[in-house]
Design a protein around this ligand. Structure first.
Ligand SMILES: [Zn+2]
Length: 200
């Protein structure tokens, strides 16, 4: 358990530095290539939305009351982490500045340590934490088929297959403009380009 906590703490630190670097780059509007790659062509409002999400993630980690709960047994196959809403208000009542006064929790399950494939496939532990942090502090969703079909709002819990992983995240931004900025996975993939060495 101690070892696990040390690893998660290190991953959070790394995530924090990615969010700082990503936030700075986005604010300066320099090197837009990475933004383009993971979010597509954005209008000013959409660009500001991405900027706000990443800024809120950084502020949340720096100032929020984040609780990381480590579980030693699996909950479901492949489930590595689950962001939990504040106990009393639920997600619906969330406001961007809630993190300053309300504790959020991320449950972490053992499969997170199998996510060792940052370079080849899905997210590694650091990117996985950034995915969860974007839910908590940036109000992102897991975009699913129903969102793409337009039968549900991007802020509602969707149904159908979820746009996880580099392939589907890229497909989302390419074929459904404006939806990538609501998808947690796109933020994790964007932010992991600021790992050292970077992963594009
Ligand atoms: Zn998610």
């Amino acid at each position: 358990m101690i070892n696990c906590m040390t690893k998660v703490d290190a991953a959070i630190k790394k995530a924090d530095s990615c969010m700082n670097l990503g936030g700075k780059q986005i604010a300066s509007k320099l090197m837009r290539g990475r933004v383009l790659k993971w979010f597509g062509i954005l209008n000013d409002d959409q660009y500001d939305h991405v900027k706000d999400v990443i800024r809120c993630m950084g502020m949340g980690v720096a100032k929020g009351k984040l609780i990381l709960t480590y579980h030693t047994t699996e909950k479901a196959p492949g489930l590595y982490g689950e962001a939990q809403p504040p106990a009393k208000s639920g997600w619906a009542a969330q406001e961007p500045w809630d993190f300053a006064r309300v504790a959020y929790r991320i449950d972490i399950y053992p499969p997170i340590w199998d996510l060792d494939q940052d370079r080849t496939g899905r997210l590694g532990p650091k990117s996985a934490l950034m995915h969860e942090l974007s839910h908590i502090y940036g109000n992102t969703n897991d975009i699913k088929e129903s969102h793409v079909a337009g039968t549900q709002k991007v802020t509602e819990v969707g149904t159908g297959e979820v746009y996880y992983g580099p392939y589907w995240a890229a497909e989302l931004k390419r074929n459904h403009p404006g939806l990538g900025i609501w998808n947690a996975e796109n933020y994790a993939l964007f932010l992991r380009t600021f790992l050292d060495p970077p992963i594009f």
